[in-house]
Design a binder for this molecule. Structure first.
Ligand SMILES: [Zn+2]
Length: 180
């Protein structure tokens, strides 16, 4: 099982979901798979019983293309902290200069993490301690709202991002989410 402790079990989940026709598992399984290092995505995984699993050529293509899209969306998601034309303070902000400076510093930190790792982790929570920085409360809630809004859009778009329309429609995916 040591092969699967690094997240490679998502490769098995994708195969089982296909085999037993559980398409609603696929969008998140593809998302998780896209977070893995390339060497893991391309590998053959051995389960407890010694059975070997790998992604089909079509699913491999989906993971790799979706992975690129996630990295792009992550870039866009972080831009509001750093891109000169996007960094704005809340309408009720009374400390614009310090808020802008702090937002940009937060952005630099997020970007440097983005470059080192987590390039595709567009669904991850906003973990920048922005509430503890010298940013006013209305700017903090504006940033959190915008970040959450973007996360939700990505979640809703997973079917498109991984080109899963043949197996699960966007309506089915969104309905399933509503039931949770
Ligand atoms: Zn502010």
């Amino acid at each position: 099982m040591e092969n699967t402790m690094n997240g490679a079990h998502h490769i098995i989940i994708i195969n089982l979901a296909r085999q037993y026709d559980h398409p609603l598992v696929l969008p998140t399984a593809f998302y998780e798979c896209a977070q893995l290092p390339l060497s893991t995505i391309l590998s053959t995984v051995t389960d407890d019983t010694g059975m070997k699993w790998k992604l089909s050529d079509e699913d491999l293509k989906r993971v790799l293309e979706g992975r690129d899209q996630l990295a792009e969306r992550r870039h866009y998601q972080l831009a509001m902290f750093i891109a000169p034309y996007k960094v704005k303070t809340s309408q009720s902000c009374r400390t614009e200069d310090s808020c802008i400076t702090e937002m940009k510093e937060t952005g630099h930190k997020l970007y440097s993490d983005w470059n080192k790792q987590h390039r595709h982790a567009v669904l991850s929570e906003l973990d920048s301690h922005i509430g503890q920085r010298d940013i006013c409360l209305s700017c903090v809630s504006m940033l959190e709202y915008a970040y959450e809004d973007h996360r939700e859009k990505v979640w809703n778009d997973l079917v498109d991002i991984f080109d899963l329309h043949d197996t699960v429609t966007k309506d089915e995916w969104l309905d399933d989410d509503d039931d949770d």
